[in-house]
Design a protein around this ligand. Sequence first.
Ligand SMILES: [Zn+2]
Length: 308
Amino acid sequence: MTFHMTMKYIILLSLSLSFHITIAQQSFDSVMITTEKVKDNIYFLRGAGGNIGVLTGKDGTIVIDDQFAPLSNKINGAIKTIDPGEIRFLINTHLHGDHSGGNENFKRMGATIVAHETVRERMSKESVNSGTKEVSPPRDKDAWPVVTFKNTINIHLNDEDLELIHLDPAHTDGDVAVHFKKANVYHLGDMFVTYGYPFIDYGNGGSINGFISSLDKLLAMMDGNTKIIPGHGDLCTMADMKLFRNKLADIRDQVAAALKKGKKPEEITGLGITDKYEAEWGKGFIKGKDFVLLIVEDIKRQQTAARK
Ligand SMILES: [Zn+2]
């Protein structure tokens, strides 16, 4: 990594860090939890942090992601307003704190936490941010998933069949797509977001190529009636996801082509690769040039790994 790249990477990491800290420090007292019906007995809740999916019914409630710990009581209250039944399972789409921050609280309420095996692994260990070298302690043991899996796991409740699917390393290496098979609804965690350029968390095993291949595999399972709860943002369709996927692939392909021609990172950021996406995506916490550098870094890293 050149000095320039290192600096850019650190800037990018601190940007993403400050994004999370900004959310974490905002007054949780003022956060309202809103509920939107997706279909039948499936809902999604918003407050601060990642979107929460909820399935209710006579067999009990399943919750997908739980935002930040100070919001747990409010989230639980909103869920109980839909259905007073007990929360039996809490699924984490990945390990980030804006999706799993309330794990300890929901465990104490009796929920069984389910996630990909690397989520438990990473939560149980100290982690070092590869850019800033900042050390994060392990999560409280009560936050760790107690049911983990490698590829897929199914949960059958309330006459619905949920399939939890781990695809390729994307936003992290522990991403899980939750498929409500009968309802044709998905919760995709941060493999699909609407705030702008997505964050690819290398420190936790993320990858641009895996991001795109995971989206391709999911798109092949969907149709025009599919409803998608993204990690952040409004309810989406397959067409929205296809556009998102195509933008990522366009940026990745152009960066890869420029690298192949021997261009340096600082030259690649000057090519205007993301210019046509800035109006829509530039409003997010990652800017176009930083996203391009993130892709450069990822492609180089993968090439180095392939040579070993
Ligand atoms: Zn995330």
